[in-house]
Ligand binder design. Structure first.
Ligand code: UGA
Length: 449
């Protein structure tokens, strides 16, 4: 096998990770089948209707489909027949204990084993607990017919929603967990068109790299949020603290933005799963429990800040600028906005939400309990408070004079520390950011911890 060889690849599970992986591998020149059991989803994708909002994905999908490198199927047998390398990219949803539900992974491993008639390399792409590779191997050995050779590998993804395609094509690193030279060579060949450092490990280490990376990033965010509380107590500025810390290359400036905390389908789930996994192995990961606690508290602090400005929330119009867990996605999973809206509704506040992408999904959750608006100024009419929840570009550029005229009270809680104190001050706003002094005089209890 030459490094430049084009390989036959199948990706089982055409959700967020699977679809991005399949499309990007086709873009690298490989021949890819993306498979999913959901026939209607596959039928829609074949028509070019992508079930997720991910910049660049649609264009690349259509291009590679048109050029004949990318196919879609709901037949697992077809996928197994096609792919020399088979990625497992099915969901690993959390159980109530925080443990990852691996039944979809096990099911796919079993089905691959039953349908396989010659060597295959099975690669875990889903985020899974350590030792899943070993379990996949055992499950396959149980069901495989005859003496067919196969390898299992772990190749965790580090894709961020909103920039997943770019992350795939320009990665910081590619982690390959293998226990055979054949598996290593196949994955080398697969990724040879990418100019990224490759780190080769055993399978368990690769599995742990994924959980440790996400948990460490969550830890950075909770750390700066804890510092932001101290900073606020003494009247310092957490953004400056983060800047000063981040200039030390050993610390790095990214993921040190204080605010309402992390959300999404990855950090909360992966932190829970890492805590649970450690507990099962006999280690009490107290540090990560604290990371999670600090993150949950940030959402309560938001409510306290709104109360600092308004005291009683009943019948007050609170406008959330942003709903998705971060800009560039319509994903509401684990989004701080969801918990905050629920808390505001419990206080009988009137809630209006503005979001450029996530309103349809939000309507499915809150129906007519809240109002929805696409224009940030229209939404602000007669509002008692604006809470900036997601730093979409549209919320970066604000005419504060116009905003003040529209609102009933000139009051902003900034969950992302986006605005300049001096600007809000000059327009006479009450402005409550995270981790620095308020602008204007809050009326409620100032102690937020
Ligand atoms: C995260 C990781 O960044 C990816 O490397 C990983 O592959 C992915 O999870 C995954 O496991 O699949 P993602 O969940 O898309 O990606 O989002 P991030 O951009 O990492 O942001 C996560 C959350 O942290 C967001 O709610 C964001 O607003 C928040 N955040 C981020 C902060 O509150 N402060 C920061 O400084 C940075």
């Amino acid at each position: 096998m030459e490094l430049k060889d084009k390989l036959k690849v199948s990706v089982i599970g055409s959700g967020y990770v699977g679809l991005v992986t399949g499309v990007a591998l086709a873009e690298l020149g490989h021949s890819v089948i993306c498979m999913d059991v959901d026939e209607s989803k596959i039928a829609e994708i074949k028509k070019g209707n992508i079930p997720i909002y991910e910049p660049g994905l649609g264009e690349l999908l259509l291009k590679n489909k048109a050029e004949g490198r990318l196919k879609f199927s709901s037949s697992l047998k077809e996928a197994v027949d096609h792919g020399l390398i088979i990625f497992i990219a099915v969901g690993t949803p959390p159980k109530s204990s925080g443990e990852a539900d691996l039944s979809y992974v096990e099911n796919v491993a079993r089905e691959i084993a039953i349908n396989m008639d010659s060597y295959r390399l099975i690669v875990e792409k889903s985020t899974v607990p350590v030792e899943t590779g070993e379990r996949v191997r055992q499950a396959m050995q149980l069901y495989i017919k005859g003496d067919i050779d196969f390898d299992v590998a772990s190749n965790p993804e580090f894709l961020r929603e909103g920039s997943a395609v770019d992350d795939f094509l320009h990665p910081d690193r590619i982690v390959i967990g293998v226990d055979s030279s054949k598996a290593r060579d196949l994955l080398f060949c697969l990724y040879s068109p990418l100019a990224a450092p490759l780190i080769v490990t055993d399978i368990k280490s690769a599995e742990l790299i994924k959980h440790a990376s996400n948990s460490f990033l969550a830890l950075k965010i909770s750390f700066i949020n804890a510092v932001s509380r101290i900073s606020e107590m003494v009247g310092a500025d957490v953004d400056k603290i983060a800047e000063g810390m981040g200039m030390d290359e050993r610390i790095g400036k990214r993921f040190l933005n204080a605010g309402i905390g992390y959300g999404g389908s990855c950090f909360p789930k992966d932190v829970d799963a890492f805590i649970h996994m450690s507990e099962v192995l006999g280690y009490d990961f107290k540090l990560l429990k604290e990371v999670r606690k600090i993150n949950e508290e940030q959402r309560q602090i938001v409510l306290k800040k709104i109360k600092e400005g308004l005291w009683i929330l009943k019948d007050k119009k609170i406008v959330l600028w942003g709903a998705s867990f971060k800009p560039g996605t319509d994903d509401l999973r684990g989004a701080p906005a969801i918990d905050i809206i629920e808390a505001l509704l419990k206080e009988d506040a009137k809630v209006t939400v503005v979001d450029p992408q996530a309103l349809d999904k939000l309507k499915d959750i809150f129906k007519d309990k809240i109002s929805y608006e696409v224009d940030k100024y229209k939404a602000a009419k007669d509002a008692d408070c604006i809470l900036l929840t997601t730093e979409w570009d549209d919320f970066k550029d604000v005419d504060f004079k116009q905003l003040k005229d529209i609102m009933r009270l000139a009051f902003i809680v900034d969950g992302r520390n986006l605005y300049k104190h001096s600007e809000l001050d000059s327009h006479g706003f009450l402005y409550l950011p995270f981790g620095s002094s308020a602008v204007g005089k809050p009326i409620g209890d100032k102690k937020v911890i």
